[in-house]
Design a protein around this ligand. Sequence first.
Ligand code: MLT
Length: 411
Amino acid sequence: MATVNENYLKLKAGYLFPEIARRVNAFAQENPQAPIIKLGIGDVTEPLPEACRTAMIQAVEDMGDRASFKGYGPEQGYPWLREKIAALDFQSRGCDIDASEIFISDGSKCDTGNILDIFGDNNTIAVTDPVYPVYVDTNVMAGHTGQATESGKYEGLLYLPITAENNFTAEIPSEKVDLIYLCFPNNPTGATATKDHLKAWVDYAKAHEAIIFFDAAYEAFITDPTLPHSIYEIEGARDCAIEFRSFSKNAGFTGTRCALTVVPKTLTAKTSDGTKVELHKLWNRRQSTKFNGVSYIVQRGAEAVYSEAGQAQVKSLVSFYMENAKIICEKLTAAGLTVYGGVNAPYVWVKTPNNLSSWEFFDQLLSQVNVVGTPGSGFGAAGEGYFRISAFNSRENVEEAMRRITEKFKV
Ligand code: MLT
């Protein structure tokens, strides 16, 4: 009989968001009339920018004509998209990133998981706590951890707590680790990192020959002009960091699928005999073998984000969600709740009222006011006692959800 990858058996229950969906569906079945508002998973609700739609419609037309028809594209993405990203997302901010270092993909969730394919099994790995669960679960699946402990942590991972006390930015560890996951603006806490904070991480990574996985999926939501959008704004980051970006949240591509990963050519890691190997070559080999690229139509849609009209439309989409975040913060604060984030990120991190646990608050919100959020403990042990509210929804739903929550949970 075939055998299974037993690492999967170490995983706790279901992946967080399907688990929430399961509970919400069960509630909805028992209460079919309940007017449920979902502010749980960070899934966009507003239509795709017109510039993206127009470009994709044109791309469909291209596919209808033999002269402009496209079969397999380059596994790394079309040069015209990679060049625009290099110029407008990176070089315009002073980052020394070349188009050839950018790999187009169908999502940052996939890339942050798949990146482990090119790393060895004996790396020491640090994650923040709370953290985007994909980073942890994919390491469990790859056999990089031991079993889950009672506190919900996995043996073998170094957890760096991010709490209100440290302003939700992890302390630089005193021990040596090889791989570090950072996400700024942060999912789930909405915290941001200053240039100085990122510099401290880059210095640490260079001193320990570690690699930083920098998830910048929410960079478009930064409103503070002093904050860095890319880790490559920090000198030396080319030699120690891989950056992940996505069109999901800024341009509403959660259902359309397009993202990118930057693997600088100067980035190396070593073999067991100490030989240095270029990670760009390995990732290129991995992608060419396991991935056939993102569809031409979708890449044309993503390219339109960089047109003048596209830039303006994405900006207004982002502002729309950030206005939602502002409303959430203001209403909850006025009701006496303590909130974090929501200023440079589309997530508001709320201290649960009345000492409720994260899941207790989840259940009460769902059953009493029919609003769905994400329990903080689902992101890690240190998220217990917190609750994440997503700003991705219509204005009407956000206002109605805040009305219901503040009426019931005024403290
Ligand atoms: C979230 O809600 O944390 C995100 O939607 C998850 C994701 O982008 O995969």
